[in-house]
Structure formats: C-alpha cells, structure tokens
Design a protein around this ligand. Sequence first.
Ligand code: ZN
Length: 433
Amino acid sequence: MGMNRVMCRMRMILFAVVLLSALIARAAWADPQKVLSAIDAHNNNCRAVSQKIFDFKELGQQEFKSSALLKEELQKLGFKVEGDLKVPADLVKDGISKTGFRAELAGKGPGPTITIMLEYDALKNGHACGHNLIATSGLLAAAGLAQVMKETPGRILVIGTPDEERGSLGGGKIALLEGGHFDGSDIVLITHPGDRWSVDQRLLAMKRATFIFKGKASHAAFAPHKGISALDAVILTFNGTDMLREHVRQDVRIHGIIKKGGDLVNVVPELAETEFSVRALDTATMEETYKKVINCAKAGELATGAKLEFKEPRTSLKAPIGIPAYTKMVLEQIRAIGVGDHEIKDFTEFASSDLGNVGHAYPTANLWFKIAPEGTPLHSDAFREAASSEEGWKATVVAAKVIALTAYDLLTHPDKVKAIQEKFQELKAKEGK
Ligand SMILES: [Zn+2]
C-alpha cells in the first residue's frame, strides 16, 4: 500500500512536470495573432510592390527589376539574401541565375526549414497568370513570419523561382533544384491566384520528344521507287501513338505536331520532323508511356527505312507527390480564416508546371486563391485585370495569412513536418504502381 502511494505520488509529479514543460514551451511561442498583425502592417507596402511587378510585366529570363525589388524587400525584413545563384552550366539560360534568388531567416534554435516560393514572370499580355500576386503573397507571409522568428524554432527560406511560363523549355525551378538551392528544405509552400480556392491542383508530368527522320529525295512520279519518304515515317509514328492512346490510362495525354513534312509535292520528302508531348498524372506512368512513343517512332524508321534522329531532352516536368494530410492542413487554415465552403473547389482539368519538379523532390502545398469569377481562364486579359484589382489584392492578403499560419504551425510542430515527410517518401516509392 505504502509503495503504491509513493508510485502514485511520483506519477503525479512526473505528470505535473510534463504539463508544466508543455505549457512553458507553448508560452515560449509567439501568439499567431502577431503573424497576422504583421501581415496587416505590411499590407500597403506589399500592394505597392505587387503593382510595380505588375507594371514591369517582365517575361521569363528577364525579370531583373522584379527580382531586385523582391530581394530588397526581403533584406528590409531581415532576410539574408543571395542572388547570382549557381546552376548547372547546361541549364544556364540567359537570366535564370541572375533573376533567381534565395533568402534565409533563421529562428530561435533548431527546427524545421519551411520554404516559400515566389514567382514573378509575366506573359506577352502582361501578368495574365497573376504571378505578381504569387510573389507578393509570399512576401507578405514572409513579413508576418519575420515578426515572430526571433522566438520561433526553425528557419524560413524564400526562393525566387523565375521563368515558370516556358514549361519544360524554361523552368527556373528545375535549374535551382539541380543547383542545390532548395537543399535543406523540409517542406515547401507556394500560392497561385485562380478562379477558386483550392489546394494542390494536381499537375501532369510532361516530357517532349522531337523525332527527325532522314529519308531520300526522288521524283515523286518519275522515280518514287528510288525515294524514301521521311514523311511516311512521321505518319507511322502518329498511327502508332493513336493506337497506343487506346491502351493508356485516362489521365495520359499524347499530343504531336508535324514541324517539317516536305517542301514540294513532286519530291519524295527527304526530311521530316515531328514533336510530341507525353503527359500523365504521375512521373513513372509518363516515363513508361514516353518509352512506348519512342518505339512508335522506331517503328516508323523500321517500316520506311528513313533514319531516325532522336535525343532525349535534358529536362522534363515531373508530377508532384500529393500528401493528403498536408493538403488537409492548408484547407483547414482556409476554412478557419473564413473562406466559405462554396468557394473551395477541386480542379478537374490539369496542366504541367516546373512546380511539379519541386513537389516531386519535397512535400509541397500549392494554395490557389480566388481573384476572379469562376470560369475566368488563366492567361486571359480578364485574369490579368483581376491580378491588379482591389478584389484580387484582398484575396492575396488572405492567401498570405493562410500560408503564414500554415508555416507557423509547421515551425512549431516538427512532429507534423516529420509525419508529412514520411508519408511523402512512402507515396513516392509507390508512384505509378
Ligand atoms: Zn501561373
């Protein structure tokens, strides 16, 4: 009995110590309200930054003024900013290393590294994809978090990722990933304006293939038997892929164009060129289909005798690994901040982006925020107008709050980060199976 009482008392003491240390730990963290107040305090300044980037409307690889402005603002917030980033020599396209940047703000002691990505490239018709708002929602979130980092564990990385719009031909994120500038990231956040609120629009992995066929010219009427038609090889490639299309999963996309198919109708085409894109909702399936498309081109070569020239491209776009628990976390923040359920909607159509490459390397959440009426297409003039509107800005501030609070939750709960990372690895291993 006496022993039991001692044990019982010891347990109570232990419980009290655990409770007390938990309370002390919680008290040591800042009130998330501080993050929100700092965002409100930076609202006007960031709005002005957004409008400037909107007016600069710099195309991919030329975003010099936009990136300089963002770097300056991050420096003002106390971030250690690094420009002139080294990327692999064969991926240095004009500008990427000059317009990409990496900014870091360390907190109090060890903890997770949360990376926020900013995009700021425009299209020919201006900021019709609203990347000025991606940049400034991220900047605003950084401003909110900067206010509390002195008392928060971990680290914030802000990575300026230029040249998104040219897809696999550009893709600042691919060069920056390969250059090691995401190294150390535990988890990644980004936003994108749209016609709805949503998290993690799935993206299609995508790889291009250019097939060049070299045949033999000959008079098409006088000596067709002496010619080898390169165009026939292209047509056979199309026939093969059309048959293949019947036997792939519904999300797989195979689309091609004929770039060269002969010059004169009375000459057997000596040279023909075709370009294909292969896409799927996971990278493994895309790669598998891609190999089959190459086989279709080889079949064209074999059947016609036209020699096939093909070199696999250096870069391709990957599909992000979606992590339901991470998506749910951001969705809960959207709801908690007051966005109505009727405004939150999944996407049913998909495209490709270099964002997928980041989402394939690190657990990544992409928050879509509504700046335009449902059905307004990205890249349209109407969407561009929304990207500098008052309504658009209001939504941008809400988006900034959502990602700042998500980041803060992750910084102060390393266990959540670890669970998301573990799930990410597990799902990645199962990709395409
Ligand atoms: Zn975009």
